[in-house]
Design a protein around this ligand. Structure first.
Ligand code: 5GP
Ligand code: ZN
Length: 113
């Protein structure tokens, strides 16, 4: 499948991988929007949040728990961090394999742009 994040997950395209297990891969964003900007993807290809099925609930929960674990490891948990999914082009999704952004290390403004 011609998917950038599947290729990062299977090692065809290199990335600064910071965590990997059977379910997920986490790596540095190539164009960081904050001092810490990590991307967490499922190993399973799911194009957008709109394609989520009931059976994916545990996987999504696990992605969020993993973001919290990484935030603690990166020492941004206390000051604050943001985790988010963009869904479809109108929200800024540019890679169509769902991914959780983990951003921290600076003040996060609200509302986002
Ligand atoms: P989206 O805009 O789809 O929510 O987020 C996609 C993210 O993937 C962007 O923040 C972008 O910088 C990042 N990205 C795009 N291509 C690559 C790549 O080849 N390697 C890595 N590490 N990140 C990428
Ligand atoms: Zn994919």
């Amino acid at each position: 499948m011609d998917c950038l994040f599947c290729k990062i997950a299977n090692g065809e395209i290199p990335a600064q991988i910071i965590y990997r297990d059977d379910l997920i891969v986490a790596f540095d964003d190539i164009n960081p929007q904050a001092p810490q900007h990590k991307i967490i993807i499922p190993q399973k290809h799911i194009a957008t949040l709109n394609e989520l099925r009931g059976e994916d609930s545990e996987l999504i929960g696990y992605m969020v728990q993993s973001a919290v674990m990484l935030a603690k490891q990166l020492n941004i948990a206390h000051d604050g961090y943001r985790v988010l999914f963009n869904c479809n082009a109108g929200a800024g999704q540019s890679v169509f394999h769902i991914h959780l952004h983990l951003l921290g290390g600076r003040r996060m403004n609200w509302p986002p742009g």
